[in-house]
Design a protein around this ligand. Structure first.
Ligand code: COI
Length: 355
């Protein structure tokens, strides 16, 4: 594979206060770019100063949304190492999304190496405060200047980096979630399983309306019967009912989250019963009524583990664990963030050393 060209900035930015990072507001000094041209493949990998892109106003991504993205994180350990969490899984998912969006495949291992190279250049940007990390946003856009609807022949694979704190202002405190009765996010056969901007654009209206009612995110129900639980805004979702942990099965309309996969592996290793299946919202309402609904939490790269303290559906408030973080959510949060940040021994071999 081609060597990565490096052009370093002459004007490094002032770094933000690590105590007030929020999510996705600050960007580092450099970015990675690689081009794709039909007949030539991916070429010209380069690390260059972070700057606005120059793309044609007719670039196909701007008109028909042919694009995919990923979310990953790099962590600074207390002993000075830099770790990535299961980066191959993200790059493998790029190819799943690419396939659905008719974007050419990437070389998984090469792209992991490119990301590592970018992080080495930006090492000083990885925050060290508890609960912070360097969020990695790889994305691919279709760049042909063309207005006919067809897959593009040229693309750019870009990686930008953002030092972040908690995704939700609630942090590890439970969030309130609105069960969406009207809008739907995806249907089987659509693009729900792909990490592509259209899914997020489709979610905005419901998110805005839920916020106006005082809820942090929406819980999506299936697009056909509005009966089965799908996922929460930017997270997969888990319910602890009795001594079983339930999460919706991957049926083609929800994202196959890497934190979801890791949570399932972790729960199983703890000897817990984890079931992936279709779950109706009625089951959750019933479990709340009969007292067996113990905990609910969301999982995602940006959100990590986010306990759910309340669901609202059709005029009914469903309180969960009295609005407090439950013991299992806390255990999963502590273990996954502990492994990610190098505080807990990684017996699963999930982390990869950058340097
Ligand atoms: C992530 O968890 O990394 C995501 O991609 C969610 C995001 C849209 C903020």
């Amino acid at each position: 594979m081609e060597n990565i060209k490096k052009v370093l900035t002459k004007n490094p930015k002032v770094k933000p206060d690590q105590k007030h990072l929020g999510f996705g507001d600050y960007f580092t000094d450099h970015m990675f770019i690689m081009d794709y041209t039909e007949g030539k493949g991916w070429h010209d990998p380069r690390i260059v100063p972070y700057a606005p892109l120059s793309i044609d106003p007719a670039a196909m991504v701007l008109h028909y949304g042919q694009a995919i993205f990923e979310g990953m994180k790099a962590y600074h350990t207390e002993d000075g190492r830099v770790l990535l969490f299961r980066p191959r899984k993200n790059m493998e998912r790029v190819n799943i999304s690419n396939d659905r969006l008719c974007i050419p495949q990437i070389d998984v291992d090469y792209c992991v190496e490119c990301i590592k190279e970018l992080i080495k250049v930006e090492k000083d940007w990885i925050p060290t405060e508890p609960g912070t990390s360097l969020y990695i946003r790889p994305f691919i856009i279709a760049t042909d200047p063309h207005l006919g609807v067809r897959p593009a022949n040229t693309y750019q694979f870009i990686v930008i980096l953002s030092p972040v704190g908690a995704y939700y202002k609630e942090g590890i405190n439970p969030v309130k979630i609105y069960v969406e009765p009207f809008y739907v996010r995806a249907v089987k056969g659509g693009i729900g399983f792909a990490k592509t901007p259209g899914n997020y654009a489709a979610s905005l209206k419901a998110q805005v309306e839920a916020k106006e009612k005082g809820y942090t995110q929406v819980l999506w129900l299936d697009g056909v019967e509005k009966k089965y639980i799908e996922e929460v805004g930017t997270m997969n979702v888990f319910f602890v009912i009795g001594d079983e942990v339930l999460t919706p099965s991957l049926e083609g309309s929800i994202l196959a989250g890497i934190t979801r996969m890791s949570t399932i592996e972790l729960l199983k290793s703890l000897g817990l019963k984890v079931t992936e299946r279709r779950i109706t919202i009625q089951e959750i309402i019933d479990a709340n009524k009969n007292g067996t609904l113990k905990e609910a939490f969301g999982t995602g790269t940006a959100a990590v583990i986010s306990p759910i303290g309340e669901l609202y559906m059709d005029g009914t408030v469903i309180p969960i664990n009295e609005g407090k973080i439950g013991p299992l959510s806390k255990k999963i949060y502590d273990t996954i963030t502990g492994i990610q940040s190098g505080k807990i021994e990684d017996t699963f071999h999930w982390t990869t050393l950058v340097e």
